[in-house]
Design a protein. Structure first.
Length: 256
């Protein structure tokens, strides 16, 4: 009996002197929910939508890393909706796969996938999600990155390209017909793309209707001249000379 007591005491003393097991630095802190494990997704830049004929374009789920030092990524998943449209659910995830924001859009027929770019040139990467593509133009849901890796929806411009002009506008180039183009100009106002005006470039054809001999730039009705602080004539002179517009004129006319 004395021997058993001595042995038990020795075992307890050894356990008390043993070092505590090291904690796993990757494990979540007490009370913190672990990030959900995700199935690996292919890079969106390396895959293409599949043309399903009458059923439209079908998109595989995919993932994109933001091209900056934030460590953020987006994961896009596509779910058929009841009205033949597609629900696209985009999760913004941190390193470690914790979701910090979820974005849901309803998408029509388009072959375009999600795009990441700093459209307003503020140094933060933004999310552009295609909603519908016609013969040429695509309507995009533009989600602008603000503070703390969060994104806010600023509008739905439609065209073939979105860029920031040196004059401070967001310009969206589009095509309305085989011989006519347009450029929508916006200003970012409290995280909303506010339309300012549209410059339209139309080709003038020769008598045979086969060769472009001139191209005219016009400002569409509905321009917000008051917000611009310009008269109609001054707005035409300024915006028809914008490189995004003047370049279309020169491309349409070609070398003379």
């Amino acid at each position: 009996m004395i021997l058993r007591t001595v042995c038990l005491a020795a075992m307890l003393a050894a356990a008390a002197c043993s070092p505590a097991p090291e904690s796993d630095p990757a494990a979540p802190a007490t009370g913190e929910a672990p990030a959900a494990k995700r199935m690996p997704l292919p890079d969106c830049g390396g895959i293409e939508a599949q043309d399903a004929g009458a059923d439209g374009w079908k998109h595989p789920d995919c993932r994109l890393m933001l091209p900056d030092t934030s460590g953020l990524a987006i994961e896009a998943r596509y779910i058929p909706a009841e009205d033949d449209s597609t629900e696209v659910k985009v999760q913004v995830v941190q390193t470690g796969d914790a979701t910090i924001q979820e974005i849901v859009e309803r998408m029509g027929n388009t072959f375009n996938g999600p795009n990441l770019e700093d459209f307003d040139k503020d140094g933060k990467t933004d999310i552009l999600l295609p909603l519908e593509t016609g013969n040429v133009n695509t309507t995009w849901a533009v989600w602008r990155q603000v503070a703390d890796g969060q994104f806010v929806r600023v509008g739905e411009p439609s065209g073939v390209s979105i860029l920031k002009t040196e004059s401070g506008f967001i310009a969206v180039q589009g095509r309305s017909s085989a011989s006519e183009y347009y450029v929508d100009f916006y200003k970012l106002d409290a995280d909303v793309l506010k339309p300012m005006l549209t410059a339209r470039v139309a080709a003038k054809l020769d008598d045979q209707g086969t060769k472009v001999i001139a191209a005219d730039c016009l400002i569409e009705e509905g321009a917000d001249f008051a917000a611009l602080g310009l008269s109609a004539d001054a707005a035409k002179a300024q915006f028809c000379a914008e490189p995004t517009v003047d370049g279309l004129v020169k491309d349409m006319v070609g070398p003379q």
